[in-house]
Ligand binder design. Structure first.
Ligand code: FMN
Ligand code: SF4
Ligand code: SF4
Length: 362
């Protein structure tokens, strides 16, 4: 599905976040050809990064930890070769620039001349972003996006200050950390940086991101938001939009599964939209806010579908209150006298056999 974003028509709502999936022009072109609406460059800095060996590991379950810095290519290479090549290939390029005004003032005008559709500013501390933003806004006419850090002590206040200082859009959010994993055979940390730590991305951070997007959308209804952080299945993109995002950002999924993930996700998102009569994401954007605050109601009861139950046992073992047991027919029925209506069994059933309903058991 095509979308309008920051004055551009994008071929899809998927925006690839700054990461190894966008480490050079060829990687960006591969994402574009796979269907990405836009691609954010790996963060450009005045010095090429020197990353330690072992700077990216899988933490299992579609989750990554990395201690990778910004781009390991010189700024001049981005300006002379990578960005012009990506733009010439038709990539809608968002140029990520960090992490201080000394870096941004060296390149933002040139990035605009080369055809970047927007600049995305990123830094390690909130204090360094605002001067970068104010300076960049004076230097360029293209939109300037600020990438928010979920590690900020005052994410909402910082977001507001950025918008007041002229940010045209927000990316919510960056990776979460610090995070550590240990090899239990050696006792060594899996990350190769001096502190053994890195930053968490992928599935583990998804619910956190959804909450941040929802809060930002509620506080700033008009500000364009790139949702980013934790997308690992196509449904996650829809969820981002229902929280209030304008675009579906992802990085870890494109790293772990390659650019073809984007093609598959676009196809499934489009199919879902067709099935649900959605012709524009505007129809579903921020839908969660129609249901907030959640109505507090004790009148729920557990629903059970005999047709859908596959007798897998997941709900029975997950119930801490032992309220579910198999009947003689092998159906995992609930004992309402024990059930606390916590809802867990409904979410662990992979077959859609369970539901919570108002007004009695189906
Ligand atoms: C290996 C790796 C390197 C990254 N490098 C950058 C970077 O240079 N600049 C940046 O702004 N974000 C960087 N990110 C963060 C991503 O852009 C994104 O915010 C984060 O991965 C969360 O999205 P995800 O869960 O879809 O991966 C990096 C992420 C990963 C996994
Ligand atoms: S809702 Fe909670 S208490 Fe009730 S059956 Fe399910 S898991 Fe057990
Ligand atoms: S988790 Fe679902 S499919 Fe499995 S036993 Fe329970 S109701 Fe049946």
């Amino acid at each position: 599905m095509r979308i309008e974003f920051l004055g551009h028509e994008l071929q899809s709502p998927i925006i690839v976040g700054s990461s190894p999936a966008s480490w050079n022009a060829d990687a960006m072109i591969a994402c574009h050809e796979a269907g990405a609406g836009a691609v954010v460059t790996k963060t450009i800095n005045r010095n090429a990064a020197d990353n330690p060996d072992l700077h990216m590991v899988s933490a299992g379950r579609e989750t990554l930890i990395n201690c990778e810095k910004w781009t390991d290519l010189p700024m001049a290479q981005w300006l002379d070769d990578e960005l012009p090549r990506a733009v010439a290939a038709g990539v809608k390029c968002i140029s990520s620039v960090g992490h201080s005004i000394e870096d941004s003032r060296l390149c933002v005008e040139r990035l605009e001349e080369l055809g970047a559709m927007a600049i995305e500013l990123v830094s390690y501390t909130d204090d360094t972003v605002l001067p970068m933003l104010e300076d960049t806004k004076r230097r360029v006419d293209i939109p300037v996006i600020v990438k928010l850090s979920p590690n900020s002590a005052d994410l909402m206040g910082h977001a507001r200050r950025c918008v007041d200082a002229g940010a045209d859009a927000l990316t919510a959010c960056d990776s979460i950390g610090p995070a550590m994993r240990i090899d239990i055979e050696t006792g060594k940390p899996l990350m190769g940086g001096a502190d053994g730590c890195g930053w968490l991305t992928g599935a583990a951070i998804f619910p956190f991101t959804v909450a941040r997007i929802a809060a930002l959308r509620k506080a700033m209804p008009e500000v364009p938001i790139i949702g980013l952080g934790g997308v690992t299945q196509w449904q996650d993109g829809i969820e981002f939009v229902m929280a209030g995002a304008d675009a579906m950002g992802l990085a870890s999924a494109a790293i772990l599964h390659g650019p073809s993930f984007i093609t598959r996700m676009n196809a499934r998102v489009d199919a879902w939209c067709t099935d649900h009569g959605v012709t524009s994401l505007d129809q579903i954007r921020g839908r969660v806010h129609e249901h907030l605050p959640v109505e507090q109601d004790d009148g729920y009861a557990m629903g059970f579908s005999h047709e859908k139950c596959r007798h897998c046992n997941a709900c029975v073992t997950a119930c801490a209150y032992r309220a579910r047991a198999f009947d003689e027919g092998g159906y995992a029925l609930v004992d309402e006298s024990l059930c606390r209506h916590c809802g867990l069994c409904v979410s662990v059933c992979n077959f859609g056999a369970l539901s919570v309903e108002k007004g009695g058991i189906r």
